[in-house]
Design a protein. Structure first.
Length: 395
C-alpha cells in the first residue's frame, strides 16, 4: 500500500512543472493518467528525451486529440471520475474544450483542480506564456545572479519549474486532506511567477526595510567574509567562514596566524570592508591545494566548504551520492535506452517509498487502449476512436 493509492489524477500537463507535480503524486501511489496530444508531450523531443525522462515515472500515457469531439468526450469521461485534475494550459485554452474548472465541477463537484501557469489566473500578466528563464528575469532573480560588471545571467537548471511542481503537489495534498475531512473540492491556482517571487523573500524584506537593491556579487555570499568561490590548484571551492570562530579555525588550518593579527581582518565588518584583499591572501594559499583535499580539511575543522563539482564528478565519483542512492536506473522511452537519473529527494523509514521509481516513463500513448477499457469502452468503441483520429497508441 502507498498513501495515495486511492487517488486518480488526470494529468493535462507538459513541460516540467506539471510533470514534476504529477510524478510526485504517482510515486506516492496515485494512478496518474497523462493525457498527451497527438504529437506527444513537447518535451519528449528535447535533449533526445532526457528532459522528459526524469519527470514522468509512474504514469500511464493516453494520446488524445482534444480538437476532435470524440477525443474531448474521452477526457470528459475521465475528469468526471477523477479525484484530481492537474493542467498547465495557458488561461482560457481549456474553456474552449469545456475542461476548465467551472465546466469540470459541473460534472464532478468534489474535484481538486490544480492550474499551473506562468503568471497565474488573474492579473495583467495572466495571458503571458511562462518559461523558467523568463520568470527568473521578471521575478528579480536574474538581476542578482552573475557578476557586477557583466550582464545578468540565468541559472542553468529549471529551478522555478521544479519548485512550482513541488509546491503544487503540496497544495494538492492539503486539498485532499481537507476534502477527506468533510470539505469540498477546490481550484488551486499556482504560477511560476508566484513561486519565484516567494523565493526572493529575504531580498524583498531587506529592500522594504533599507531601500537597498541587492547587487550581483558573482560567487560571493552575503554577511561575512571569506564567503564565496575561490580557485584552487585543480578547480574551485566554495568556502563560508560565517562567524569569528570559523574564521579563526580557517586561519589555523591554513597555518596563517598572521591573518588573525592583520587589522584589516580582525572582525567580520573589517573583513567585509577588505574582502578583496582577504580574497587575494586566501587564493595564494588555496592554489597550493587540490579542491578535494582542501574541502576535507575545512569540513573536518567545522568550516562550511564545498568543492565545485561537474555533473561527471557527481555521477562517477561522489561517494555520498552512492551512499544515499541519489541516482537510480531508469529508461528513456524516446531513445529506447537505459539511463541513470536523479532519485526522489526524500527517504522514508517506513515502506512508503524505497527510492526506486515504480515504473519507467511511458511511451507516447502506451496505455491508451488499457485505460479506455478500464473506463468501460468496448473494443469496438476503442477501434472507432482510433479510426476517427481521436486517440492514438504506441506504434
Amino acid at each position: 500500500m502507498k498513501p495515495l493509492d486511492d487517488l486518480t489524477v488526470v494529468d493535462l500537463t507538459q513541460s516540467i512543472a506539471g510533470p514534476v507535480c504529477t510524478q510526485l503524486l504517482a510515486e506516492m501511489g496515485a494512478t496518474v493518467l497523462k493525457i498527451e496530444p497527438p504529437d506527444g508531450d513537447a518535451f519528449r523531443r528535447l535533449m533526445d528525451g532526457n528532459m522528459f525522462t526524469p519527470f514522468n515515472h509512474g504514469k500511464q500515457s493516453l494520446c488524445v486529440d482534444l480538437k476532435t469531439d470524440e477525443g474531448r468526450e474521452v477526457v470528459t469521461d475521465m475528469v468526471r471520475e477523477a479525484d484530481v485534475v492537474v493542467e498547465s494550459f495557458r488561461p482560457g485554452v481549456l474553456e474552449t474544450f469545456d475542461l476548465d474548472y467551472e465546466s469540470v465541477t459541473e460534472r464532478n463537484e468534489d474535484v481538486i483542480y490544480c492550474s499551473l501557469s506562468g503568471f497565474g489566473r488573474t492579473g495583467p500578466y495572466q495571458s503571458y506564456p511562462g518559461y523558467d528563464p523568463c520568470i527568473q528575469a521578471v521575478s528579480g532573480l536574474m538581476a542578482i545572479t552573475g557578476y557586477r560588471d557583466r550582464p545578468p545571467i540565468r541559472i542553468r537548471a529549471s529551478l522555478i519549474d521544479c519548485g512550482t511542481g513541488a509546491n503544487a503537489a503540496v497544495a494538492i495534498l492539503a486539498a485532499v486532506r481537507q476534502r477527506d475531512r468533510g470539505g469540498d473540492g477546490t481550484h488551486i491556482d499556482i504560477s511560476l511567477f508566484d513561486v519565484a517571487v516567494s523565493w526572493m523573500s529575504y531580498w524583498i524584506t531587506n529592500y522594504d526595510q533599507t531601500g537597498d537593491l541587492p547587487e550581483r556579487a558573482g560567487g560571493n555570499g552575503i554577511g561575512s567574509a571569506p564567503n564565496g568561490v575561490f580557485p584552487t590548484g585543480d578547480g574551485h571551492i566554495y568556502v563560508a567562514a560565517i562567524s569569528e570562530a570559523m574564521y579563526e579555525r580557517l586561519c589555523t588550518v591554513l597555518e596563517r596566524p598572521d591573518l588573525l593579527e592583520d587589522d584589516r581582518f580582525r572582525t567580520i565588518d573589517d573583513r567585509l570592508e577588505h574582502r578583496e584583499a582577504l580574497r587575494e591572501e586566501l587564493i595564494s594559499v588555496f592554489e597550493a591545494y587540490r579542491s578535494a583535499d582542501l574541502e576535507e580539511e575545512l569540513l573536518e575543522a567545522g568550516i562550511p566548504a564545498g568543492a565545485v563539482q561537474t555533473v561527471a564528478d557527481l555521477v562517477e565519483d561522489d561517494d555520498h551520492v552512492a551512499a544515499r542512492s541519489s541516482l537510480v536506473d531508469s529508461y528513456n522511452p524516446e531513445a529506447d535506452e537505459a539511463v541513470v537519473t536523479a532519485a526522489l529527494p526524500f527517504r522514508f523509514s517506513s515502506a512508503i517509498h524505497d527510492g526506486e521509481f515504480s515504473s519507467p516513463p511511458p511511451t507516447k500513448g502506451e496505455h491508451t487502449d488499457d485505460v479506455l477499457a478500464a473506463l468501460s469502452y468496448s473494443q469496438r468503441e476503442i477501434e472507432a476512436l482510433h479510426e476517427a483520429g481521436a486517440v492514438f497508441s504506441s506504434p
